[in-house]
Ligand binder design. Structure first.
Ligand SMILES: *[C@@H]1O[C@H](CO)[C@@H](O)[C@H](O)[C@H]1NC(C)=O
Ligand SMILES: *[C@@H]1O[C@H](CO)[C@@H](O)[C@H](O)[C@H]1NC(C)=O
Ligand SMILES: *[C@@H]1O[C@H](CO)[C@@H](O)[C@H](O)[C@H]1NC(C)=O
Ligand SMILES: *[C@@H]1O[C@H](CO)[C@@H](O)[C@H](O)[C@H]1NC(C)=O
Ligand SMILES: *[C@@H]1O[C@H](CO)[C@@H](O)[C@H](O)[C@H]1NC(C)=O
Length: 380
């Protein structure tokens, strides 16, 4: 009996830690009501689940079923370690790759790599079996991770890299976080030439968050490949399809900068079927820059992109959206706008299949709940 009690007490303690920690994160990150929604949701769950269930969820996090929180993540965060990367030799490692290589595979602890200011010319891959990695830069002097590979560059195997392998930084792991980091691909881009896709960052792991980051490139800058992703206060620059993939992502307070020379597209969202829970939601962001851009062009038949509370400068073409020359997509695509402003948000010239969302329609896209963030977003 006494041993069961101590077990329960331990879990009460654990849970209180988690609630305390999460509430900080969610009150800092989500808007009005987000926190109280999360609390009531969590209290409901608390009543529904037995302690035993909570114990088994914590011990075997892979078990499907309702979860109070993401226990795997909480365990990793409670055992977190910090390592420093500094090019001048004053840290634990001189390069980011070296630091990553030091992390054991199937890592269970959160590893925060504090990356000192500097330009890191490294091609980086965070492999699938190295989860819970955080890149933490200095907000006043963010480190730059740079490269210039393109889809047509020949790789080690003697064949072209293709878009997927062109990334300066590729993240295949889950639970990746980056704060105050500049991801860059400096490959030049000529209008009309082929094979110039040049990715700065590819994120293929789920439950990834980016705060205060910059993504600098031309064609295909940010490969929002797949998974649940959160971007806050980020600067994203490019020309052709500069945010693309089939991630389920929320972009808040972001600055989207077109460097298009002629006409390009801000997004190419690849939702290929109606059952795929994927789509990009941009909230409270700014679209500006040069050339002319579509808000999105449909890479998949069911492409889904929403802009809300976003300022759109003149760079946005009056039509707004493109079906990539395939009119049968018009009825399947979900391209929505809600409470946007600026000259580019004028809906007079919009394609007929663009959706001006009602409050009800917009709601699912407007908070971190869109990416189930209340269970996994940590405060930066
Ligand atoms: C890419 O960068 C390397 C290293 O700075 C440089 O030698 C090379 O010329 C660049 N390639 C292109 C196509 O700009
Ligand atoms: C993000 O950048 C702002 C300045 O734009 C800074 O005040 C804030 O501390 C940064 N956030 C983090 C988590 O470093
Ligand atoms: C909207 O974004 C701007 C610019 O990033 C930020 O200063 C402001 O606090 C945001 N507003 C809300 C309600 O999040
Ligand atoms: C929908 O697309 C995803 C991703 O390409 C795929 O894994 C899934 O099998 C597809 N589902 C159907 C019903 O076609
Ligand atoms: C929207 O664009 C149309 C056509 O160019 C123009 O007549 C109208 O005044 C614009 N509306 C606003 C609010 O700027």
């Amino acid at each position: 009996m006494s041993s069961i009690l101590s077990h329960t007490q331990f879990f009460l303690f654990l849970l209180s830690l988690c609630i305390c920690n999460i509430s900080l994160a969610s009150s800092a990150l989500s808007d009005d009501g987000g926190f109280s929604r999360w609390v009531s949701w969590n209290v409901e769950n608390y009543h529904r689940e037995t302690w035993l269930n909570a114990v088994s969820t914590a011990r075997a996090p892979g078990i499907p079923g309702k979860k109070l929180v993401d226990w795997k993540l909480w365990k990793a965060d409670m055992n977190k370690v910090r390592k420093t990367v500094s090019q001048d030799g004053t840290g634990d490692y001189r390069t980011i790759s070296e630091a990553l290589n030091s992390i054991p595979v199937f890592n269970t602890r959160r590893v925060i790599l504090v990356i000192k200011p500097g330009v890191y010319r490294e091609k980086i891959n965070v492999p699938r079996n190295v989860p819970f990695v955080t890149f933490l830069g200095d907000s006043t002097s963010p480190p730059t991770i740079t490269g210039n590979d393109t889809a047509s560059v020949t790789g080690r195997g003697g064949t072209p890299l293709k878009t997927f392998q062109s990334a300066t930084v590729a993240v295949d792991a889950n639970y990746f976080i980056a704060v105050n980091i500049k991801f860059e691909n400096t490959a030049p881009h000529e209008v009309g030439s082929i094979g110039e896709q040049a990715v700065a960052l590819r994120i293929s792991g789920t439950k990834a968050a980016f705060y205060n980051c910059s993504f600098i490139g031309n064609q295909d800058t940010l490969y929002d490949h797949k998974g649940l992703h959160y971007f806050n206060n980020c600067f994203i620059q490019g020309s052709v399809d500069f945010i693309f993939g089939y991630g389920r992502s929320l972009y808040e307070n972001c600055y989207l900068n077109s460097v298009a020379k002629k006409v390009a597209s801000l997004t190419a969202q690849k939702r290929t079927n109606a059952s795929l829970a994927s789509g990009f939601s941009f909230k409270n962001s700014t679209i500006t820059g040069s050339g002319l851009i579509y808000l999105g062009r449909a890479w998949g038949d069911y492409s889904r992109v929403i802009f809300s509370y976003t300022f759109m400068d003149r760079v946005v073409v009056p039509q707004g959206w493109s079906d990539w020359g395939d009119p049968k997509r018009d009825a399947r695509i979900y391209y929505g706008e809600y409470k946007c402003s600026g000259p580019g948000a004028n809906t007079t010239g919009r394609v007929s299949w663009a959706r001006m969302l009602t409050d009800e329609e917009a709601k699912p896209f407007l908070g971190t709940y869109y990416i189930e963030g209340d269970t996994w977003l940590l405060s930066p």
